[in-house]
Design a binder for this molecule. Structure first.
Ligand code: SF4
Ligand code: ZN
Length: 709
């Protein structure tokens, strides 16, 4: 037997023994009927569910799984068989980790890791992964001889936007070397036991179920999906024991290459298991194995610039200066000019710089662009990106938009020399990089002078915002002559296609009709293609021959018909990254809507995660549909079923958020004032019966509408 297969089998057999013992002990202690589940997932024990279709719900379900696990370990001298034994190790790890959750507590409360990653987080990663904003996923395991080595590697991944999961003592090592952690910073500590690696493995596996429409039990399809579509890889630090090696074999079986820092000589398998002893090369070697190419952004600024810093929070004590609309005038404006009016790359600061000694300033960020192909409609598309670009600077926090913004600059960034003109450089560089197809010249003025900032706000920005709002309000599905596809999510959900219209944005909430239009202009053959409105066959349900044709094509023949406005008949497909999902609630003859952030129960008897698992992966599921938050107040929401009058329940936070717009829509369509007062939430009802009583008391319109089914 080869030394490598030997090691793998030794590890798998050890894990199998441990798992069997742990399952028997747990059953003896708690009883076979005791429920066991990971928190906030609709996919049971995801590895077992995806690979075999078995839904583990109680301890009594586990012995059979241990049987399957053991059958994967053939001890035959064959690398393919040995990789299967690696999968057995993954199953064992899943069971051992799952047992920690008996009783429903948080076994990771005392650990610096987070343990199991809930479904909604995976869904929220969909868009950044498809746009390449997160170019890859790194799994870092073990303990380095020198903490500085592992920290350097992790920081390098962070600066490249890679999502990195840490397992083992490398968590403390990275923290001690100043690595900032958290999901929003793209460095996620999972746990200290080597079995906690399963929590990243199930992220990849659930991605296949959520986005890929991989059917539970289809192991071949699962392995193809993770290999082709999940850009993950593994780095191990420190000595390798047989369990780590067999877990590594599991990773390789899923298509994730492993780079180790120990010289393993001829145990190496080119492309799958490689040694790299030089930590300056670890990142490059790992990215190369997965063909991940990162466009390095070299900006002339004194702080780091990376998407990984977008979620950074700057507290008051760490803050050097602040621009805040509650205290001073603030505004941001992108405006189109004639060629002669724009001096390319001219950056002007009007007023004091941030080293003048003050801690609070007004700010007007005033950007003038010229481009032969520039359109008025693209001004707001560019302007909305200021938020992300400013946040990408390490030590800068930006929230809000238009005239309601807040920017904080950290002491650290200030000491590194960050000043106002650097903000101008960032804007210039990013606009010319991302919008080069429509912007030929760009000039930037940053105003901290209170009088001039106020003048820009009153004379330029406010009228521009008003004009845009008027245009948006007047823009309906009827007033434009084409819609757009968005197929960006196909890298994860191969047959999914959003149809984006003025009154219905993409289900991720990130792509409006204007964004889609701009995307088409920026990337002619890209994910947003125009759809003709010619020959509409049913304006109420929203059937258009060209919608059907485009969706049929985009779904590679999987779909025949899509209605734009019906939930019950040929509803639009979902990829998995939707902000909200709506589902019918038969008792009240209406629909409930749940957002991804809501963790509680709904009157349908299902949580967000359970509802979400009803659809996704580019399939149509009448009665359930993913959509954006903004769509809720649209006159086209469930228009075929009677519109917003069907909405009977939403989580309170969501209801409050959409109330101003939804109430306006309901007033116009139904003549009802404060419609949201008639809609239930979790403080009113979490079951269908209580909800029905509430709706009856309020005289909710859904009760007297035509039966939904
Ligand atoms: Fe994905 Fe649809 Fe959003 Fe495009 S609009 S990114 S396809 S969810
Ligand atoms: Zn998506």
């Amino acid at each position: 037997m080869s030394a490598l297969t030997d090691l793998i089998y030794a590890g798998s057999n050890a894990v199998a023994g441990l798992t069997e013992g742990a399952v028997n002990d747990a059953i003896a202690k708690h009883g076979a009927d005791t429920p066991v589940a990971f928190p906030d997932t609709a996919y049971f024990f995801p590895t077992i569910y995806a690979a075999t279709g078995v839904k583990v719900k109680t301890l009594g379900d586990l012995p059979a799984c241990v049987g399957v696990l053991k059958s994967l370990i053939t001890n035959q001298d064959d690398i393919g068989q040995a990789l299967n034994a690696g999968l057995a190790t993954a199953v064992g790890a899943e069971i051992i980790e799952g047992l920690k959750y008996i009783g429903g507590g948080d076994p990771y409360a005392e650990d610096s890791g987070i343990g199991f990653v809930p479904d909604p987080i995976i869904r929220s990663l969909g868009v950044p992964l498809v746009t390449g904003d997160i170019p890859g996923v790194a799994v870092v395991i073990g303990k380095a001889d020198n903490a500085a080595d592992v920290a350097k590697v992790v920081k390098d991944y962070q600066s490249k936007g890679i999502l990195t999961f840490l397992i083992g003592d490398c968590i403390e090592q990275a923290a001690a070397e100043g690595v900032k952690m958290g999901l929003e910073l793209r460095v996620v500590p999972l746990g200290h036991d080597v079995t906690s690696v399963i929590h990243v493995v199930t992220v990849a596996i659930r991605a296949a179920l959520i986005f890929g429409n991989v059917q539970p039990g289809d192991l071949g399809a699962l392995l193809t999906y993770t290999k082709d579509r999940v850009p993950a890889f593994v780095n191990t630090f420190g000595p390798l024991n047989e369990v780590v090696v067999s877990a590594g074999a599991g990773a390789i079986a899923l298509g994730f290459p492993v780079v180790v820092d120990q010289n393993i000589g001829d145990l190496q398998v080119p492309g799958a298991l490689e040694y790299e002893g030089n930590y300056d090369e670890t990142v490059k070697r790992s990215l190369g194995l997965r063909n991940i190419h990162i466009k390095v952004k070299e900006l002339p600024i004194p702080v780091a610039f990376a998407a990984a810093f977008e979620g950074e929070i700057i507290r008051k004590n760490d803050m050097q200066v602040e621009f805040w609309s509650s205290k001073n005038v603030t505004c941001e404006l992108v405006t189109m000019r004639d060629a002669a009016q724009v001096d390319d790359h001219k950056i002007t600061v009007v007023g004091p710089d941030i080293d003048s000694g003050e801690t609070e300033y007004p700010i007007a960020t005033y950007i003038e662009v010229y481009g032969a192909k520039m359109q008025k409609d693209f001004e707001s598309v560019i302007e909305r990106k200021i938020h992300a670009w400013f946040n990408y600077m390490e030590g800068v926090m930006h929230t809000g938009q238009r005239n309601q913004i807040r920017i904080r600059i950290s002491k650290d960034a200030f000491e590194k020399g960050l000043r106002m003109h650097h903000f101008g450089e960032v804007l210039y560089y990013m606009i010319m990089d991302e919008f080069s197809a429509v912007v030929d010249k760009c000039q930037i003025t940053l105003v901290t002078d209170p009088t001039e900032a106020k003048r820009i706000l009153d004379e330029e920005a406010t009228p521009a915002y008003n004009a845009r709002d008027d245009r948006l309000a007047s823009m309906t599905d009827e007033s434009v002559d084409q819609f757009y596809t968005c197929t960006l999510c196909q890298s994860f959900a191969p047959s999914h296609c959003c149809v984006v219209t003025p009154e219905r944005l993409g289900l991720c909430g990130a792509v409006s009709w204007l964004d889609a239009k701009a995307t088409k202009e920026l990337n002619d053959a890209g994910p947003c293609q125009p759809i003709s409105k010619e020959g509409c066959t049913d304006p109420v349900k929203g059937y258009y021959p060209d919608v059907d044709r485009m969706v049929h094509e985009a779904s590679h023949g999987a779909l025949e018909h899509v209605s734009l406005y019906s939930i019950m008949e040929d509803p639009m497909t979902s990829c998995g990254c939707f902000e909200c999902i709506c589902g019918i609630e038969p008792m009240s003859n209406g629909v409930i809507i749940v957002n991804r952030e809501y963790k509680g129960m709904t009157p349908t008897g299902m949580t967000f995660g359970e509802l979400a698992s009803m659809t996704g992966g580019g399939v149509q599921t009448p009665g359930f549909m993913g959509h954006g938050r903004h769509f809720i107040a649209s006159k086209k929401f469930a228009a075929a079923e009677g519109g917003v009058a069907r909405i009977v329940w939403m989580p309170k936070e969501l209801k409050d958020d959409v109330a101003p717009r939804l109430n306006k829509t309901a007033k116009e369509m139904l003549g009802i004032d404060n419609f949201t007062d008639m809609i239930g939430d979790e403080t009113i009802a979490e079951d269908a019966e209580t909800l029905l009583n509430f709706l009856t008391e309020k005289g909710h319109p859904a009760l007297s509408m035509e039966p939904l089914m």
